[in-house]
Design a protein around this ligand. Structure first.
Ligand code: BDR
Ligand code: CA
Length: 312
């Protein structure tokens, strides 16, 4: 695995995903860009900085991006699954960042990193797609520098914020439509149909928490998220949505995919924010996306455990 950029809205599951990439010696993490989503941009940005500090990767630039959707302002989530600060009220337990934010806008940092890259770069967006859509609109040359966009969002079996829409896509459906409608761009959609089975349970978390300082700090962030998922799943477990997408970005093949035409519903009816994959034999007429249809969840758990306990 080579060069990676993560676009993120941390977020408890984002925290594990960032740590997975930041602590993997095989990954060249070029940058982290932030977007509104699970909590407002100010919080997601502060959390990203602190998480890189926790992972002892303060040389990785962090730049703040979109604070709202491209077109329709949208409503902030009524209740956040990730706690008021995005990290179960525990963001303050993480170490501060010695240098702070890169002064560039996230889209400028993305463009600069892609421009100077000497080999194709993988993008892993694990929040709303606003920054990525803006990058594609403002810097059309950039997609030639992108190897794959491996994103967490959408799914083929309905949503989690509405019957149709998954959270990241529902935050900015117009941005998602731009990303899914772009020619000449290799996309992998890691959606709820696979991430809703990507659990780690309380025993797994306790074991990671006892493994060392990094594991203890990460597991210290999960309480609100665990309470939400314990109640909705009916078991003592959380979903590692974003880690699965980042794992696919850094270990291609951990998800199984099928290439399908995918469109995003940007209407204002009950389908708004749906990612509609056309499974009819011979279907055509929309841009093709590699849609995750299965995942090696035990391999993901082991990748997380080994990476977060061994260190770089
Ligand atoms: C997605 O929404 C967020 O709450 C998670 O961080 C993940 O990116 C799951 O629908
Ligand atoms: Ca996220």
């Amino acid at each position: 695995m080579g060069k990676l950029i993560i676009d993120t809205d941390p977020g408890v599951d984002d925290a594990f995903a960032i740590a997975l990439a930041a602590r993997d010696p095989e990954v060249e993490l070029l940058g982290v860009t932030t977007v509104f989503g699970n909590v407002p941009l100010e919080h997601t940005t502060r959390n990203a900085l602190r998480l890189l500090s926790l992972c002892e990767r303060t040389e990785v630039p962090v730049a703040a991006g979109a604070g709202r959707p491209l077109v329709h302002p949208g409503m902030p989530p009524e209740e956040t699954v990730h706690g008021a600060d995005g990290l179960s009220g525990r963001s303050h337990t993480l170490p501060g960042h010695p240098h702070g934010l890169d002064e560039r806008h996230a889209v400028t940092l993305l463009a600069d990193l892609l421009h100077t890259a000497t080999e194709p770069v993988t993008l892993a967006p694990i929040g709303p797609l606003t920054n990525i859509a803006t990058l594609l609109a403002a810097h059309p040359w950039a997609k030639a520098k992108i190897d794959r966009i491996v994103l967490m969002g959408g799914g083929t079996e309905g949503g989690n914020v509405t019957p149709s829409a998954e959270f990241n896509i529902s935050c900015d459906p117009e941005a998602a439509a731009r990303v899914f409608g772009e020619d000449g761009l290799r996309r992998v959609l890691v959606g709820l149909n696979v991430t809703s089975r990507t659990t780690v349970d309380g025993a797994w978390l306790r074991s990671l928490g006892e493994s060392g300082a990094l594991g203890a700090a990460l597991c210290g962030l999960v309480d609100d998220y665990l309470a939400h998922y314990s109640s909705t799943l009916g078991e003592d477990a959380i979903l590692m949505h974003d880690s699965l997408a980042v794992a696919e970005a850094i270990r291609p093949g951990i998800v199984h995919t099928e290439e399908l035409p995918v469109q995003v519903d940007t209407t204002f009816g009950p389908g708004r924010g749906a990612t509609i994959a056309d499974r009819r034999p011979g279907a055509s007429g929309a841009h093709l996306t590699e849609v995750a249809t299965g995942a090696d969840v035990p391999a993901l758990r082991e990748l997380l455990r080994s990476t977060l306990t061994q260190g770089r």
